[in-house]
Design a protein around this ligand. Structure first.
Ligand code: PMP
Length: 363
């Protein structure tokens, strides 16, 4: 059986070793003679799995003890409204930086609940993060929200910009759906981090929140039970039935990261993967990337060919060559190669080889 290299933006490729382990224990998990999918989430076996999964995540991300890790429903998108509901009261002001589609969606949702001050941005699909000198923070913002990696364009906050955000001294909230665990970060600089699982964590249907303790328990009176962070914090994320299968697979992914040498090891591989792909694109006069070179994403590499006709031909032929899901998001066009943690370096090499021969044939 041959597995293709799948460049989907999410749900995305999972590590083959993880898939094989899940396959091997699909019918009989941990000598229980049943699938992990078929057992009570409150059974001792499953609780042990859940605790191990959380412990492994805490270890690989070096999450400080004064942060809760919550495993929630509703994807990253439900947090677009849960964040203001948990952290503000009507009439409060919050700061958002708009760097693309995902930050815009978060802003649109937050506007139902609070006054959103747009710190910067607002054009559709920007290819550059507005210069920090132009940012306009408000004095009384309850928090600052950023999307640290815009998945559609491949635009990622860099260290200097993050430092400029932290320097405001306000709670910083980051949507890390498409770059969580791609490199080491200092969790203690953030008030809250959230991510949908379906890129670097596991299958869809699970989102992970990392929330500083003191931010939990201040939700609005009318916040629905399952949107309150306190509900998850007080019930080990098991107030109701969680997505047990997704938790299990996420746990296998965390173990896989540990076996590889942790996020430090993955970071080096990710940097190499992204660098070689951008280097090839920049050296070619056939492919073009529109993102400011200093703010390019390690995870989502976008590029386009000289014409729509070429784009279409590229997609068709790359698929036949076993390089799947390279079509860019319709809002940005062109191609997008999502090269999350599970994409082996050979996948990126195979893509570059294919791009080279395609360019030779068609330039
Ligand atoms: N934020 C970002 C940066 C994303 O890429 C996505 C999904 N592609 C979302 C939020 C929404 O995630 P979900 O589908 O889990 O709600």
């Amino acid at each position: 059986m041959m597995r293709s290299f799948n460049f989907s933006a999410g749900p995305a490729m999972l590590p083959e070793a993880v898939m094989r382990k899940a396959q091997a224990e699909f019918l009989d998990w941990n000598d229980t003679t049943m699938s992990v999918m078929e057992m009570s989430h409150r059974s001792a076996d499953y609780m042990a799995l859940a605790h191990q999964m959380e412990a492994d995540l805490r270890e690989i991300m070096a999450i400080p003890d004064n942060y809760k890790v919550l495993f929630v429903h509703g994807g990253a998108s439900l947090q677009f409204s849960a964040i203001p509901m948990n952290l503000t009261q009507p009439g409060d002001t919050v700061d958002y930086i708009d760097t693309g589609v995902w930050s815009s969606k978060a802003i649109k949702e937050a506007r139902r609940f609070v006054n959103v001050n747009l710190v910067a941005g607002g054009e559709s699909n920007p290819t550059k993060i507005p210069d920090a000198s132009e940012w306009k923070f408000s004095d009384d913002a309850k928090y600052i929200h950023i999307c640290s990696n815009e998945t559609i364009t491949g635009l990622e906050f860099q260290d200097a910009q993050l430092e400029a955000v932290f320097a405001q001294g306000k709670p910083v909230i980051a949507d890390m759906s498409s770059n969580i665990m791609c490199r080491q970060i200092d969790v203690s600089k953030y008030a809250m981090i959230y991510a949908g699982a379906q890129k670097n964590i596991g299958p869809a249907g699970l989102a992970i929140l990392i929330v500083r303790d003191d931010l939990i328990g201040h939700e609005r009176e009318d916040c629905p039970t399952l949107m309150k962070w306190s509900t998850y914090a007080e019930n080990e994320s098991m107030f109701n039935t969680p997505n047990t299968w997704a938790w299990y697979l996420a746990g296998l992914v965390f173990q896989w990261i540990k076996e590889l040498g942790g996020i430090q090891a993955i970071e080096a591989i990710n940097q190499r993967k992204a660098q070689k792909l951008y280097d090839y694109i920049d050296a070619s006069n056939f492919y073009h990337n529109r993102i400011d070179p200093s703010e390019r994403s390690w995870m989502n590499v976008t590029f386009e060919l000289p014409s729509e006709e070429m784009n279409a031909k590229f997609l068709e032929q790359s698929k036949s060559a076993g390089l799947l899901s390279l079509k860019g998001h319709r809002a940005f066009g062109g191609m997008r190669a999502s090269i999350y943690n599970a994409m082996p370096e050979e996948g990126v090499d195979a893509l570059i080889d294919f791009m080279q021969s395609f360019a030779l044939q068609h330039a």
